[in-house]
Write a protein that binds this ligand. Structure first.
Ligand SMILES: CC(C)(COP(=O)(O)OP(=O)(O)OC[C@H]1O[C@@H](n2cnc3c(N)ncnc32)[C@H](O)[C@@H]1OP(=O)(O)O)[C@@H](O)C(=O)NCCC(=O)NCCS
Length: 324
């Protein structure tokens, strides 16, 4: 079987930066509370006219330029998002495919919430091994459009962004992309969800769009257990010792979640990349955005072993293990 590897990465962050102090002008909260409970100081929020699709296009163009891949060579566009630009159809991925000029590609949306990107990467890996043409995997979220800005329990946590990678086949002999683990526990679906929506429910009643609802403590407890579980499962499955993993790129939700998971795993916290202080929780964009910022900062060396791990609404969790 052909090996598969990430050959390009790109991201997009809206220009507008919103501080905790700015939020505290309209919300009963404070910089001190938000930083001490989450580690988040600022988040980027999309401007009017900036959409999940437009942010995805910007990130995808950067990832293709980084990989040196032409749009017409892309075989599939996988867009992980929980904030699509259209109600149900068409897929926002089709706007992105058109916007980047990927005229020969198929395209679809994937609703995996904060775990969407790790799901997308594994699906694209499978498609690529059959098709052979480069795949684009994008996470893009306009969370600011679906949070309730009067609910201090949730709105302080999220930001807007997009991140993208190009995945290609390669001739390397050793493993480049070891594999992934994907889990779901639908029993926890009510703990983190978007209430409502513009459709008729099974009783025929029209349901209006709602906002993000979250029960913070149980989600926190789920996340703290999910990270060590995924990391251990992936490492054991591929006979990798934890100390041989160069970077663990965890979904950026809360510093305390990552810190507690690192302690449970007995892995130095420095091995976990952190950018949530500046960008907050950007859901499916979180991991590709982190990869792009790590690459920009020169933290990623050829051959580095990288483990991604994500968790979120579903409750979904999962991770990928690959070499840079
Ligand atoms: C949301 C979260 C930060 C709350 O932290 P916590 O330590 O659990 O805080 P609690 O829910 O116990 O709330 C403590 C108090 O702070 C208050 N509070 C909540 N949000 C607040 C805010 N933004 N500012 C000030 N006070 C706030 C609560 O109302 C509560 O007040 P009370 O004691 O008078 O009722 C935390 O539960 C969390 O991170 N959960 C996981 C969230 C997550 O990552 N979701 C996405 C997963 S993909």
């Amino acid at each position: 079987m052909k090996q598969v590897r990430i050959t390009g990465v790109g991201s997009y962050l809206p220009e507008r930066i919103v501080t905790n102090d700015e939020l505290s002008r309209t919300l009963d909260t404070s910089d001190e509370w938000i930083v001490s409970h989450t580690g988040i100081s600022t988040r980027h929020l999309a401007a009017p006219g900036e959409s999940t699709g437009s942010m995805a296009i910007a990130a995808a163009k950067r990832a293709m330029a980084d990989a040196g891949v032409k749009p017409e060579d892309i075989g599939i566009v996988v867009l992980a998002t929980s904030t699509p630009d259209h109600a149900d159809m068409p897929a926002t991925a089709c706007d992105v495919q058109h916007g980047i000029g990927a005229v020969n590609a198929g395209a679809f949306d994937l609703i995996g919430a904060c775990a969407g990107f790790v799901y997308g990467l594994e699906i694209a890996r499978g498609l690529l091994q059959g098709d052979g043409r480069p795949a684009l995997v994008i996470g893009s979220e306009r969370m600011s459009g679906i949070v309730d800005w009067t609910d201090r329990n949730t709105c302080i946590l999220f930001g807007d962004a997009a991140g993208a990678v190009v995945l290609e086949t390669c001739d390397a002999k050793g493993h480049q992309f070891y594999g992934s683990v994907l889990h779901s526990d639908g029993g926890g679906a009510d703990l983190l969800c978007r209430t409502g929506g513009a459709w008729r429910d099974p009783e025929g009643q029209m349901v209006r769009p709602g906002s993000v609802h979250m029960e913070g403590k149980p989600v926190f407890n789920f996340a703290v257990k999910a990270i060590p579980r995924i990391v251990t499962e992936l490492a054991e499955k591929h006979c990798i010792a934890l100390q041989d993993i160069n970077h663990i790129v965890a979904h950026q939700a809360n510093f305390r979640i990552i810190d507690a998971a690192a302690k449970r795993l007995e892995v130095p916290r420095e091995r976990f990349y952190l950018n949530l202080q500046n960008v907050a929780n950007t859901s499916s964009a979180s991991i590709p955005l982190a990869l792009d910022q790590m690459d920009e900062a020169g933290l990623l060396k050829e051959g580095d072993l990288i483990l991604t791990v994500a968790f979120g609404a579903g409750l979904l969790s999962g991770g990928n293990l690959f070499r840079w």
